[in-house]
Design a protein around this ligand. Structure first.
Ligand code: ADP
Length: 441
């Protein structure tokens, strides 16, 4: 069985790399780069003495190999240990190896000795803005360069001047380190702000959804009152009749009449129950989302039409044509909300334009790899200048209090989240047509 190491790659195939994984890759890349850059500098070694220097080539190979190996080893280490390895590979190893290379090339008289003045700036890349690391990146080359100068017996004054120069380079390095740290903090702050904005956006989106849902319930309210009033009236009348019959059984009504009255009452109660159930489902739609999956259109269209019919019935004639093979990839509740919104919009358009013979049709068909659902009406259609703005949040032509301008924007968002499209056009024969295209399940 394959052994699992602590800190081994945490990423599965196709997974997005985690934040930690990204930092690790960044650190590894840095060490590999350091390993690679020290190799071509062998040319400088050779040029500085005018002949190929095989001993420094061996040193540089060792230097590159060690740094590369440390970079590779990072992935097996905990983040806290990685910092130490990074420092050794980025600060300690280069100073020691540079010291050895310079020593082999003749010591402080070789031009490569001046490379020590670059060391604080170079090792800065691994210090990541930490001040003590910045200080170490100055002290280390000072120590190695000082040792070389000491070994050669250099006089105190030239040695001190060189060390001071190195200190100067280190000070510049540390200054840069501080800037880098500030930049990192600013970056972290900016990322925090961005996250906060994102959360606020999500919250406001959720509020918009809630507002739109409540607006839909509101738009249905008048229709609901009307729809409930009817069955309620005959439930009431039948109950009164049954009560009177129960009090005076001699009135002459027979069993069939009792059964009919009871059945009618039952139907009325069921109708009211259905309306209340649909409305509850609508207002709770977000709590009960099932996720995008195989979605049969017949029951979804049925539920939306049933709910919309409390408003549509008195206004329009409704035609529904949905074949049973229409099965799309969608989330049923959300798709239901989209269709309900399209149906209610059609009713509004017909009502506002006072169309006498109002007609609304819902048709579905399977076209290749797509399922197409069309909601059409014979209302006034959409003004050409409004067509491009229809799906923009808060775009509405309805009077204040009636339209929120959120319905179509949210509907498109929903449909697109299923991998589909939602568009609008005017029918040549008059009226609007909204086309939802969804991937076939
Ligand atoms: P709201 O219904 O709150 O106005 P929507 O986003 O649902 O918000 O609709 C935006 C606008 O699109 C409506 O104000 C209306 O002008 C137009 N519209 C939508 N459906 C139709 C339709 N069937 N016929 C004509 N215009 C429509």
């Amino acid at each position: 069985m394959a052994q699992r190491h602590e800190g081994a790659p945490r990423e599965g195939p196709g997974d997005r790399p985690s934040g930690d994984e990204l930092v690790l890759r960044d650190e590894q890349r840095l060490l590999y780069l350091l390993a690679l850059t020290c190799l071509p500098l062998w040319l400088v070694d050779s040029l500085s003495v005018g002949r190929p220097t095989w001993d420094t080539l061996a040193l540089r190979l060792g230097w590159a190999g060690l740094t590369g190996a440390m970079g590779w080893a990072l992935r097996w280490l905990e983040p806290s240990r990685r910092r130490g390895v990074r420092m050794v590979a980025g600060m300690v190893v280069p100073n020691i190896f540079l010291g050895l290379v310079v020593y082999r090339l003749g010591g402080t008289g070789n031009p490569l000795f001046h490379w020590f003045f670059m060391m604080p700036l170079m090792t800065l890349s691994v210090s990541r803005g930490e001040l003590w690391q910045g200080a170490l990146s100055t002290l280390l080359p000072m120590g190695v360069a000082g040792t070389l100068m000491g070994l050669e017996g250099m006089a105190l004054v030239p040695m001190a001047s060189r060390l001071l120069l190195l200190l100067g380079a280190g000070a510049v390095g540390m200054q840069m380190s501080v800037f880098y740290r500030r930049m990192r903090r600013a970056q972290a702050r900016a990322e925090g702000d961005q996250r906060a904005v994102q959360e606020a956006l999500e919250e406001s989106n959720a509020r918009a959804l809630q507002a739109e849902r409540l607006a839909q319930v509101g738009r249905l309210a008048a229709g609901v009152a009307h729809e409930v009033k009817n069955p309620l009236a005959y439930v009431q009348a039948n109950l009164r009749f049954l009560l009177e019959e129960w009090r005076q059984p001699a009135s002459g009504a027979n069993d069939t009449e009792y059964t009919e009255a009871l059945q009618e009452t039952m139907q009325g109660v069921e109708r009211i129950h259905q309306i209340v159930k649909d409305l509850t489902a609508l207002s709770r739609a977000e709590e009960t989302v099932e996720g995008v999956g195989r979605c049969e259109l017949v029951p979804v269209v049925d539920a939306s039409v049933r709910l919309a019919s409390v408003r549509l019935k008195s206004l329009v004639r409704l035609a529904v044509e949905v074949p049973p093979e229409a099965v799309a990839k969608a989330e049923p509740r959300r798709l239901g909300q989209v269709l309900l919104n399209l149906l209610l919009n059609a009713a509004d358009a017909i009502e506002d334009a006072r169309v006498q013979d109002g007609r609304v049709a819902v048709r579905a068909e399977v076209v290749g790899e797509r399922v197409r659902v069309m909601v059409e009406d014979n209302g006034p259609g959409i003004a050409a200048e409004n067509l491009p703005r229809l799906f923009t949040t808060f775009f509405t032509t309805k009077e204040p209090g009636k339209g929120t301008g959120l319905g179509l924007a949210l509907s498109r968002q929903y449909v697109e989240s299923f991998g589909g499209t939602l568009r609008a056009e005017n029918r040549p024969e008059g009226g609007a047509r909204f086309i939802v295209e969804l991937p076939v399940a």
